[in-house]
Design a protein around this ligand. Structure first.
Ligand code: GLP
Length: 237
């Protein structure tokens, strides 16, 4: 595991964008696993800049996102599909048909989730998976549990996640459920890149240095052989 400490959000974003951009340069038709949240926004901005500068070409890249809220459509600014279009896809030369986000409106969510795992396999797996981390150690929406959940599935959000994310829903309407990629697809990624800001220091430390336990879902990353962690803090993990 490579653990890189940075002083600022900008530095963390630049390093993350460098790793993702390097993947695209090395394999122009790579499959990128992407994440939402405030942590990756800076990296997406830097990648857009590299595209505008003519350094990166996304025309052959395929992307799969980690998760989506149930019940929100792509015109809802809080949906993760909207987030991805708005922060990244609308600004680069990627064909949206090659970008996949679980469909939060699916009524047959079991089929939607099974098909999502099949899709990832059909794409040949994920080359590089970008991850953020929740305050409770969740990855995507894989919440703390008594076992590691492997499949993509519909989950009930925990109270702590609802509390953490309700800031994005000032007028209410915070979804109670989401579809999330499970650990089988996440860990099948050839490379994993976790990014975290200073407010996540304690949970990142617990996940990387504590016991591997489903109580801290991100701790499972200790079992993957190609993980880079880029975090912002003034002390070492
Ligand atoms: C949400 C997402 C996670 C993300 C987390 C952290 O809950 N489902 O995938 O990692 O937020 O977000 P932030 O980067 O805003 O702290």
């Amino acid at each position: 595991m490579r653990i890189i400490k940075t002083k600022t959000y900008e530095e963390m974003s630049a390093i993350a964008a460098g790793i993702i951009g390097g993947q695209v340069l090395l394999k122009p038709n790579c499959v990128l696993g992407l994440a939402t949240g405030s942590s990756p926004i800076g990296a997406y901005k830097d990648l857009v800049k590299s595209y505008e500068d003519g350094i990166l070409d996304f025309s052959e890249v395929r992307t799969v996102n980690l998760d989506e809220y149930c019940g929100l459509d792509d015109t809802n600014p809080n949906s993760y599909r909207y987030f991805m279009n708005h922060n990244f896809f609308d600004h680069i030369n990627i064909d949206k048909y090659r970008t996949y986000v679980p469909n939060g409106l699916a009524t047959d969510w079991k089929t939607e989730c099974d098909n999502y795992d099949k899709l990832i396999r059909a794409l040949g797996g994920i080359d590089l998976q970008l991850l953020g981390i929740g305050f409770n150690g969740h990855i995507g929406f894989n919440e703390p549990s008594d076992h590691f959940e492997l499949e993509t599935r519909r989950v009930a959000l925990t109270e702590s996640t609802m509390k953490a994310n309700s800031r994005f829903f000032p007028n209410g309407g915070m979804p109670t459920h989401a579809l999330t990629m499970g650990f089988k697809s996440i860990l099948s990624a050839k490379k994993i890149l976790l990014i975290a800001g200073p407010e996540k220091f304690d949970i990142v430390q617990k996940a990387l240095k504590g016991p591997v336990t489903p109580e801290v879902p991100a701790s499972i990353l200790q079992l993957h052989d190609n993980v880079s962690v880029v975090y912002t803090a003034d002390r070492d993990i």
